[in-house]
Design a protein around this ligand. Structure first.
Ligand SMILES: *[C@@H]1O[C@H](CO)[C@@H](O)[C@H](O)[C@H]1NC(C)=O
Ligand SMILES: *[C@@H]1O[C@H](CO)[C@@H](O)[C@H](O)[C@H]1NC(C)=O
Length: 474
């Protein structure tokens, strides 16, 4: 056997061994190789099908996995499955509830005006342009004998009342002094108004002392609630109607927001409540779209932002971040303010309205957005919105955390048309009910029902309540 023959024989033996080995064990190799190839194909098609801008951000490593947003993402390899919706629920198990079905029918007594409450209470003062007239609007509704609020809830007989409304208009006193008369400081508000008001209520009627004020209600619709008054300790047992809703610990320390003591109400605004004959519906179709054209401005904001720095405590710096560059986007509209006719026009054309916190978490402009069918974007961690127990705020707003504020543009652009339309519709049919000139009193009363443990009851007199008929409506 020469060298070549040996080689040929050896190689044919090796080939035979390899062949039989391959025949016996080939599936050990083919199956994993096939699986690996399939995984590779899936991965490539998954990456190339992702044109979501958020994904690009994520790949750049700027995505903070701890932060939350409204964005829907699918980071898995599998397509999501959509199932059929669940069947409708019985009314009593639904949330949010139908707020036209009352939770209880209490009776409210409104103290009549008297010079003993301070001369200011019985003095005519000229109309003033402030955002703080929610107290006057709510009081006027209680006193208007033709209003449904009066007919449903008000009694002229204090002996049969569940609740007592103090017609305190401290914001009106202070704004008359500051803006109309141009005087600075506290304008003697305690000596001339708050003290005589509380003295009259406590000393000339027996009702305050009966519960130490626990069934009394008064409005404080300015940023510092009752903190404008040295008399605030005397007021403290009453339930305040306030525009400040704040879950943060620090705001509890100075008593500005009392989570379970107060009822958060909507704010009045200059555009909605002071412009003569302002009817937002007259600028829109019946389902809340502009009369002509469509909503092609992505987001608007009219307010203070240009001088805000990231480290400022004003707006927790949020306004600095948002408006550095966003104001360059062609489909955003920003300005320190607009005149009413321009602003009204912009409101009819905008999809979203920005509501970043200012000095307080709430901003009055959110009520203008809501009235004009503009979906609010709330950037105010810890805010308590009005009537949260009865209104599904998440259904008609977008919430963005402070930690996510720098991603605002991408967050808004990632919301699908379907999701936007769902929110806009919920805003138009549900969110608008909270407005002062809509169902605010019905919603305040629902909160009072819970506070007074009167759910399911109708008041006959102070000591006698009967079950509320299930068909009752307001
Ligand atoms: C209620 O109590 C206060 C003292 O806490 C007293 O000054 C006031 O006169 C009392 N009011 C009535 C109507 O008795
Ligand atoms: C508030 O309630 C407490 C009892 O909880 C009472 O001692 C106090 O006098 C009340 N304040 C006023 C001004 O009525």
């Amino acid at each position: 056997m020469n060298h070549n023959e040996f080689n040929a024989k050896a190689s044919s033996q090796v080939t035979a061994v390899l062949r039989s080995y391959w025949r016996a064990r080939r599936y050990m190799y083919i199956i994993p190789a096939g699986l690996a190839l399939w995984t590779l194909i899936l991965t490539i098609s998954h990456i190339s099908s992702y044109d979501d801008p958020e994904h690009t951000l994520e790949r750049k490593g700027r995505y903070d996995p701890m932060s939350t947003s409204t964005l829907e993402q699918n980071p898995t390899a599998y397509k999501p499955i959509l199932l059929n919706p669940l069947p409708p629920q019985e009314y009593t198990h639904q949330w949010p509830p139908n707020i036209r079905k009352p939770l209880c029918m209490p009776k409210i007594f409104v103290y009549p005006d008297s010079a003993k409450m301070g001369e200011f209470q019985v003095t005519e003062v000229p109309h003033m342009g402030t955002n703080y007239i929610a107290e006057q609007i709510l009081l006027a509704q209680l006193r208007d004998k033709s209003s449904s609020v009066y007919k449903n809830y008000v009694t002229e007989n204090p002996e049969e009342a569940d609740f007592f409304y103090i017609p305190f208009v401290g914001s009106k006193y202070l704004c008359d002094c500051w803006f109309t008369k141009g005087i600075k400081g506290d304008c003697d508000v305690d000596e001339l108004y708050a003290k005589p008001m509380m003295r009259h209520i406590r000393e000339d009627y027996p009702y305050w002392n009966r519960t130490w004020g626990r069934d009394h209600i008064m409005a404080h619709p300015m940023d510092s609630a009752s903190n404008y008054y040295k008399t605030k300790d005397v007021m403290a047992n009453a339930t305040f109607l306030t525009t400040i809703g704040d879950k943060r610990v620090t705001s509890g320390v100075d008593g500005r927001s009392r989570r379970y003591g107060d009822i958060v109400i909507p704010s009045a605004t200059a555009l909605l409540n002071l412009v003569e004959g302002m009817v937002p519906e007259s600028y829109l179709t019946a389902d809340g779209q502009p009369l002509k054209g469509k909503r092609d401005i992505l987001a608007l904001f009219g307010g203070r932002y240009q001088d805000v720095k990231p480290e400022d405590s004003y707006s927790a710096g949020i306004r600095s971040l948002l408006f550095n560059g966003l104001d360059q986007q062609p489909d955003y509209r920003f300005a320190p303010n607009w005149d009413n006719s321009v602003y009204t026009q912009l409101l009819t054309q905008s999809r979203y309205g920005l509501a970043p916190m200012g000095y307080t978490l709430d901003t009055t402009r959110i009520w203008e957005y809501i009235a004009f069918g503009v979906v609010p974007v709330i950037i105010a961690d810890g805010i308590i919105e009005p009537f949260e127990d009865d209104m599904d705020w998440d259904s008609f707003t977008v919430r963005v955390r402070r930690a996510d504020a720098h991603r605002l543009d991408v967050i808004l652009r990632s919301i699908s048309e379907k999701e936007y339309e769902r929110k806009r519709e919920a805003l138009w049919t549900h969110g608008r009910q909270a407005l002062l000139n809509k169902d605010a009193w019905n919603l305040i009363v629902r909160s009072l029902c819970r506070k007074g443990q009167l759910e399911g009851l109708r008041t006959i007199n102070h000591d006698h309540h009967i079950p509320l008929e299930s068909t009752a409506s307001v």
